[in-house]
Write a protein that binds this ligand. Structure first.
Ligand code: NAD
Ligand code: DAU
Length: 355
């Protein structure tokens, strides 16, 4: 049994699905179901006894203690976070509460639980913290990609809150001996991605005939990894990562934002041509830049490749095509997210809970 937090969100849900497809070990999935959590991401697990879903907050110490005592997991994989940079600029408080205070509470609960384990279980236990390349700050155009030794230089409220959480994890290992692993991954894309993030937003806006907002000059560079490759990397780190180590995860796929948007438009032109035959690229609109916008991220993934033998299965070309196809094939998922209907389950299931 493992405890996954944030497993109704984009990467967490892909991870739970990937995990249960790869092995039979059950998962307890603790998710607060914020706007980013969507239980329908897990519909295919309905009735599957290997998946136990619990709505709750990683900052709720009493709940964590109860869940750990009841399910006795051999590992915790922490995805739960506020994840969107733009939201962190407009309202940083939730980011501090979940990413910093929440991670602290989870670490404390894990420490209490782990300390009381018998020797063999104690030895085997792992706390895997899922983090981001954004903690390293921004890179000059000609600078080498981020290695695990790169300084922490977070620039947004989001990345600062994630950096703080990484430091807490490190400190809990150094001070208390908690057996931790940290992963810092580049930009993910793929199925179930909430359409506030660049790639899904471009797909759904394009199909709806709306503008495709490109921040600033569109020449900011991100390093893209197909979400299921991130999931396989996390499984591998959990299996064989060296205790206390950090692993950078990425697929060597640096792309300028404008090229990403044009690629999405070209795929839609091919797979779902616009009435009249004009390109979706006509909908591109350059807009004001994001405040403090980091210019470039790039992950040096040699450590995880060398030590753990992990490499991604998808190229950017195969991954982005699968992604666009997934959105075309799941209009009901998009419609539920856009209408807010994906929240109905929360209101029904948890009487009185804010939908
Ligand atoms: P997401 O926003 O799609 O999902 C986050 C999930 O966490 C949601 O289901 C939400 O309900 C849940 N959650 C939020 N606050 C919670 C709380 N207090 N208690 C319990 N659950 C809570 O995010 P994502 O893109 O899937 O990212 C998952 C993790 O991976 C985050 O830690 C993020 O920092 C990290 N990460 C993301 C990317 C990326 O490109 N998306 C890249 C690298 C690392
Ligand atoms: O690098 C990893 C990070 O990637 C994760 O830690 C974050 O959780 C995840 O949200 C993502 O952060 P970004 O800020 O890079 O992702 P986003 O999709 O918001 O933006 C990608 C790039 O596209 C960024 O340079 C901003 C730009 N952008 C974004 C949106 C939503 C636009 O130009 N237009 C847009 O409408």
């Amino acid at each position: 049994m493992i405890l996954v937090t944030g497993g109704a969100g984009f990467i967490g849900a892909n991870f739970v699905l990937d995990w249960l497809a790869a092995c039979d070990e059950p998962v307890v999935n603790l998710d607060k179901l914020t706007y980013a959590g969507n239980v329908h991401n897990l519909d295919s697990l309905s009735g599957d006894a290997r998946h136990v879903f619990v709505q709750g907050d990683i900052a709720d110490g009493a709940l964590l203690a109860r869940l750990l005592a009841e399910h006795r997991p051999r590992a915790i994989v922490n995805f739960a976070a506020e994840s969107h940079v733009d939201r962190s600029i407009h309202g940083p408080e939730d980011f501090i509460q979940t990413n910093v205070v929440g991670t602290f509470r989870l670490l404390e609960a894990a420490r209490q639980y782990w300390s009381a384990l018998a020797a063999t279980e104690k030895e085997a236990f792992r706390f895997l913290h899922v983090s981001t390349d954004e903690v390293y700050g921004t890179l000059a155009a000609d600078a080498p990609a981020f290695t695990e030794e790169h300084n922490y230089e977070p620039n947004s409220p989001y990345s600062a809150s994630k950096a703080a959480s990484d430091h807490l994890v490190r400190a809990w290992a150094h001070t208390y001996g908690l057996p931790v692993l940290t992963t810092n991954c580049s930009n993910n894309y793929g199925p179930l991605h909430f359409p506030e993030k660049l790639i899904p937003l471009m797909i759904v806006n394009a199909l709806a005939g709306k503008a495709l907002p490109v921040y600033g000059d569109g020449m900011q560079v991100r390093d893209w990894l197909y979400v299921r490759d991130h999931c396989s990397a996390i499984r591998r780190v959990l299996e064989a990562g060296r205790l206390g180590e950090t692993y950078n995860i990425g697929g060597w796929n640096e792309k300028a934002n404008i090229d990403i948007v044009k690629t999405v438009c070209a795929l839609l032109d091919e797979l779902r041509p616009r009435a009249g035959g004009n390109s979706y690229a006509e909908q591109i609109a350059y807009v004001q830049d994001r405040p403090g916008h980091d210019r470039r991220y790039a992950i040096d993934a040699r450590k995880i490749e060398r030590e753990l033998g992990w490499t991604p299965a998808e190229t950017f070309e195969t991954g982005i095509k699968k992604t666009v196809q997934w959105y075309l094939e799941h209009p009901e998922w998009v419609a539920q997210v856009q209408s807010g209907a994906y929240r109905d389950w929360v209101a029904r299931q948890y009487e009185g809970a804010a939908a």
